[in-house]
Write a protein that binds this ligand. Structure first.
Ligand SMILES: C[S@@+](CC[C@H](N)C(=O)[O-])C[C@H]1O[C@@H](n2cnc3c(N)ncnc32)[C@H](O)[C@@H]1O
Length: 213
């Protein structure tokens, strides 16, 4: 994706520890303490500008939503939006998903979303795909028993790779939809920022829900 450098983003994120975790020690894997409740945790990896979680946090106040994003300039926009809405059940982590174990206890996340992640089509970049087995191992550790990965993408190649990767790893593919918006899952679906663009062009959105091994 195209990145617009925002020189103010780094300082801005540091100035909002109530919404953004920039160092693992700030939360010590204790999200219950941070949120002040023991509501289920839903995590979006590669949250981008955070629209999906921001909208979800208002729609589902009984769930705590956390978005992880590695680019400050992208995340800063999401934080600006969230500050405006002030939901108490929303937080962001500035960090690379490779380090997700530094932020979560094992078996502590109920649902993990991977939305419109970069497809990295070249074979030599396979390890960067967020559904590579190296990442699935991390997801397996932080998800609760029976917890799920939910993935949405417009990219057929990434979708096929991810279905194979999840299934080979041992995740059970509970739902597979080749056109999310023409399926029963369309009702109640919250659109991500990228999804809105592809949906407006009439492109099919692929969706899967897979249960932790
Ligand atoms: C194409 S955007 C999609 C954003 C959003 N999920 C949506 O659907 O609108 C993918 C995002 O994932 C982030 N990302 C990719 N790999 C990541 C990683 N290893 N750790 C954290 N963020 C990552 C990128 O920086 C980018 O902002």
């Amino acid at each position: 994706m195209r990145l617009r450098h925002k020189p103010w983003a780094h300082e801005f994120l540091q100035e909002h520890p109530e919404l953004v975790v920039t160092k693992a020690e700030q939360v010590n894997k204790n999200w219950q303490k941070r949120f002040g409740n023991d509501q289920p945790i839903h995590l979006e990896v590669g949250t981008g500008k955070g629209k999906y979680l921001s909208d979800n946090s208002i729609k589902h106040p009984d769930i705590n939503f956390i978005g992880m994003e590695m680019y400050e300039s992208v995340l800063a926009t999401g934080v600006q939006r969230a500050l405006f809405k002030q939901p108490e059940n929303l937080a962001f982590i500035h960090g690379d998903v490779r380090h997700v174990m530094e932020y979560f206890e094992p078996s502590s996340v109920e649902t993990l979303y991977i939305n419109f992640t970069d497809p990295w089509p070249k074979k030599r970049h396979e390890k960067r795909r967020l559904t590579h087995p190296d990442f699935l191992e991390l997801y397996k550790q932080i998800l609760v028993p029976g917890g799920t990965v939910q993935m949405k993408t417009d990219n057929q190649g990434l979708f096929e790779y991810s279905l194979a990767s999840l299934s080979t790893f041992g995740f059970a593919l509970r739902k597979v939809r080749l056109h999310l918006h023409e399926s029963e899952e369309a009702e109640g679906n919250v659109m991500t920022e990228y999804e809105e663009k592809f949906y407006a062009k009439g492109e099919p959105i692929y969706f899967t829900e897979a249960v932790r091994p």
